[in-house]
Design a protein around this ligand. Structure first.
Ligand code: PLP
Length: 387
């Protein structure tokens, strides 16, 4: 820190330099992120509530009411009449909260080492869960469609099974596990089931609006105990905005800690001080767009994903790994290693990511990606693969 303060002009000159080094979503070059440019309405709401602290929610009654309202809206979107939860920093925190609750519930009746059944398609936040909470992982195999092989699940359940995790929109491929049948198994074995719909939570309900049969992935499946749903992914909210929803009040209350010096006597979040701005932004978004507005956004990213898939599928030297279910696509090439291709694309300015299983180029088509970006991407990809 300098002894004396600097002028605002000087500071903003430096800030501009830092800012210019960052990539921006408007460039259309960020093809591997699950976040996107926050919606202007969300930014306005966020700024309005910058000084709020939901960690001391008695001071910020309005923001606190908004959080309840947002949780109710998200719960209802996921077919739960009386949801309990919070707006948190993201999917990682939401998953850690769910697994902490599952562990506390397990420990009420068991003394063994808790086991978590999860697929290897689970997000790496579960690696954090396993080490932080000292839980033993039990990996359920994936089927040939890269989804949980439901036929293997029953045999993996033991008296030490603490929970099952299933994914509605896998991080690497955007695929949706067979939650309906996984839920049946969890329910009949009385095992806690957490559905990580960090990405899919803000897409699948809108896909379901004109789809028959519907994709069953939420609390409609009675074995589902909790869900992650992130506004800062397809909800268009600024970072940080994750969501955790519990089926029962007593689940959330497992996290309650007394808070003697604050305006409320207990907290049920992992973090203490936390912004209410994320809640305000999410509240503004869900009221501004409603289901119809979100459906239009989801339809448009899915149309673009389909368009890209159709081109890639017929392209020389390219093999698409799977038919997209959400807005993710992945492919390999028969004449270039995945990592080399990723580097070559970077030389053209494209930030694509790489999936681990299977090892492939991974594209995420968020709302900041437009058709012209995809057309240019395809030209560059052809150049690279044919040069
Ligand atoms: C399925 C899933 N769960 C959890 C997370 C973690 O979310 P965050 O990075 O917001 O903590 C992600 C992130 O991409 C994800 O795709």
């Amino acid at each position: 820190m300098h002894d004396k303060g600097r002028s605002k002009e000087d500071i903003f000159n430096d800030l501009n330099k830092f800012h210019s080094m960052d990539m921006c979503y408007d460039s259309g070059k960020i093809l591997g992120s699950m976040c996107t440019k926050p919606d202007p309405i969300a930014v306005e709401a966020y700024e309005m509530f910058l000084e709020t602290n939901l960690g001391d929610s008695g001071l910020f009654k309005g923001t606190s009411m908004m959080e309840v309202d947002v949780i109710n809206s998200l719960g209802n979107l996921l077919h739960l009449d009386n949801p309990y939860g919070h707006i948190v920093t993201g999917g990682t925190e939401a998953n850690i909260m769910a697994m902490t609750v599952a562990k506390y519930l397990f420990e009420e009746e068991h003394t063994g080492v808790p086991e978590l059944i999860l697929p290897k398609s689970a997000h790496f936040s579960f690696k954090k869960v396993l080490s932080m909470l000292s839980i033993k992982p039990v990996f359920v195999p994936l089927n040939e469609e890269y989804k949980i092989d439901v036929s293997k699940l029953d045999d993996l359940i033991t008296e030490n099974t603490m929970a099952i995790v299933a994914i509605a929109g896998t991080t690497e491929l955007g695929l949706i596990d067979d939650i309906k049948n996984i839920s049946k198994i969890a329910y009949s074995n009385q095992v806690y089931l957490h559905v990580d719909a960090a990405l899919g939570g803000f897409m699948i309900p809108f896909i379901n609006m004109d789809r028959e049969p519907k994709i069953n992935f939420d609390f409609k499946c009675k074995g589902v105990s909790s869900m992650t749903i992130d506004p800062h992914k397809m909800g268009l909210a600024p970072v940080p905005a994750g969501g955790i929803i519990f089926r029962k009040k007593e689940y959330l209350e497992k996290l309650a800690v007394k808070t003697p010096y604050l305006t409320r006597d207990h907290q049920t979040t992992l973090v203490g001080t936390r912004t209410g701005a994320s809640t305000a932004a999410t509240w503004a978004l869900i009221n501004y767009y409603g289901k119809e507005g979100y459906k239009k956004i989801v339809d448009s990213v899915l149309d673009l994903t389909k368009y890209t898939y159709t081109i890639l599928k017929d392209m020389k030297h390219v093999h698409v790994v799977h038919k997209p279910e959400l807005n993710l696509l992945s492919f390999i090439s028969d004449n270039m290693e995945v990592d080399v291709l990723q580097e070559r694309l970077l030389e053209y300015g494209w930030r694509v990511s790489v999936s681990e299983y299977p090892h492939a180029i991974r594209l995420v088509l968020m709302p900041h990606i437009k058709k012209e970006h995809i057309n240019q991407f395809i030209i560059d990809l052809k150049n690279i693969l044919n040069e």
